[in-house]
Each structure stands twice: as C-alpha cells, then as structure tokens.
Design a protein around this ligand. Structure first.
Ligand SMILES: [Zn+2]
Length: 122
C-alpha cells in the first residue's frame, strides 16, 4: 500500500519514473524494492515460470512441402537466374510437375524452358 501511495504521489508530481522488468525471486525482490524505493525506478516482477512452458503447441507444424497457396522461388545454380512462382496445390506436387516437365523435355513452364535450353540445374 505504501508503494502504491508513493507511485501516485510521484505521478502527481510528474516525476519521470523508469520501469524495469525483473524475474521475481522470493525474498530478494522485496529487498530490491526497498533499496530503490527513492530512486524513481519501478520494478515489474515477472514470474519465473509461465504456463505456456508446460504446454506443447496444439497443432503439429506443417512441412513446407505439404503447404498449399505458396509462393516459391528457385535459383539457377549455373547463371544466377531465378524463377518465382505461386501455386494453390501442395508445394511438393508443384515441384514434382516442374521436375516432370524438365525430365520429359516439355517446355511448358519458364522454369522447364530455362532448364532445358541452358542445360542448367535449377
Ligand atoms: Zn540458368
């Protein structure tokens, strides 16, 4: 209560307070509070443990290959050109299609065309 009164008093006097966040340690935190009581510093005590530390993420992470509605980029390892595409399909399916076009010499996409014409590895 005394601490709260001091805060209100300082706010009325418009003294600039500095705020610091420290991990709460029983016994030590109260002592630190008393030591800095008259130095225009306020300490916000944070808990050592958070509930979220004890729970796992509820949804499993999805690998990039299994995502849909992606924008992807391939860099040519030979000339530095890049191909940027987007797809609504699963990314692994779209990569397979690009690979299929290259293997079957179909210049259906700019990526396949570049790879076939330049004999490069994208
Ligand atoms: Zn290239």
């Amino acid at each position: 209560m005394k601490k709260l009164k001091n805060i209100l008093k300082r706010k009325k006097e418009r003294i600039d307070l500095k705020y610091i966040g420290l991990t709460y340690t029983p016994g030590l935190s109260q002592h630190i509070d008393k030591c800095i009581e008259n130095h225009n510093i306020m300490i916000g005590h944070k808990p050592y443990n958070y509930c979220k530390q004890f729970f796992t993420t509820l949804r499993p992470r999805v690998k990039h290959e299994n995502k849909t509605h992606c924008i992807y980029k391939f860099n040519c390892q030979d000339c530095g050109a890049c191909y940027i595409g987007n797809t609504e399909q699963y990314l692994h399916e779209r990569i397979y299609q690009h690979d299929y076009y290259v293997r079957s010499n179909k210049k259906s996409t700019a990526l396949a065309k570049h790879s076939i014409e330049h004999a490069s590895c994208i």
